[in-house]
Design a protein around this ligand. Sequence first.
Ligand code: PLP
Length: 454
Amino acid sequence: MKYCSTRGSNRNTRFVDGLLMGLAEDGGLLIPQQLPDVTQHLPAWRELSFVELAQAVIQLFVDDIDTNELDALIEEAYAGFDHADVAPLVELGNLHVLELFHGPTLAFKDVALQLLGRLFELALSRRGQRLNILGATSGDTGSAAIAGVRGQSNVNIFIMYPQGKVSRLQEMQMTTVPDSNVHCLSIAGSFDDCQSLMKSAFADLPLKQELQLGAVNSVNWARVLAQVVYYGYASLKFSQPVSFCVPTGNFGNIFAGYLARRIGFPIARLMVATNENDILARFFQSGEYARGDVHFTLSPAMDIQVASNFERYLYFHFDGDSQRLSEFMRTFQEQGRAALDGPPPSTDFSSTTVNTEQTLAAVQNTYTAHNYILDPHSAVGVAGGLRLHDAAEGPLICVATAHPAKFPDAIARALPGVHPTHPRLEALKDLPERKTELLADLEAIKGYLREAVA
Ligand SMILES: *Cc1c(COP(=O)(O)O)cnc(C)c1O
């Protein structure tokens, strides 16, 4: 399997080289040069466990890691999940919830980042390199990235977060990790400050070189690939094609569902559910991709205006025409909006927007009817799925992206007196914390990085 950039450069990149690449030279995202067709394997794959299916699927996209070595990494990546099924399905009346929050940090990002950390280690040791990962987080991604690489000898990870502006639980999920390669930087500023510090650091090429800086952001191809597995796994538990509704921010999660369907898994409809940050819902209805203002909602991991993985979908929509894609992206970059001639086909995605009130109602209704607590992100998916799905279409699976105990304030608002807990979060409360407070100043960050790396 060879990869190229959505915008045409970097042809014939191999999987392991792509792992450490981030964006391609032309600003595009890596994508397979051709997709496999899994249809012939499906009868046999119905019998596989999650880990076995992950091994079978991922192997089709990787031809530069020994199969036994890759199988072992995949097995290790999911050994720490607290459910034997890794991604279990729970039936709630006329829908199924696909629980993706059984990893170490209780959010779906673990499914990809537990594997990515191990793949990084392999790629770095092969090349005799070290990597210093710099990231900015407003919540979930930082802890999942830390959990993916903690304890590794050839990686340091530095996560910046806005002081006092991530929840205490989310902060403790980062600061209580004892491994010395983990650095939590509490920045006196906003999340935007953290992000612009990160951008400035990466734009400083001598610094990037000197410190071997890298990122683990959602444009990484291996993250998408790892996520294809649970769509396939869930779809094979049914005898007819299933539809998925996915609470969506950066479009990484549901894009993996799109790929799963393109390679032949029996998937009917894919539904995008957004919160008030509805750029994607508007696009799938009108064909216009137009930046809006960021709204702060109960589902903060989806408070995103520009969805980085969206470009990968456009590449397929334009039948691999990198020229057209590059023009679309350039127009968007320059004018804050870009449009297709008409809306994209509704066979690609359906979409809907779920506001705060509807999110709270979904938490309440699901609890009343099934005694099941949805986190606010998953509630957006359930509300959207119930709105868009028609029972005649076959089974509906709503993707649950986080455990409700991670979002106690939103749950308290929807369900006063109900306090979901999780042993992994309770255990944090007695642990010592480590963090460094820094000013939102590039020189301060540089100084810290240099000293830590030396
Ligand atoms: C990251 C995240 C999302 C959004 O996923 P995308 O891949 O960005 O669309 C939804 N829910 C939770 C809990 C998340 O952490």
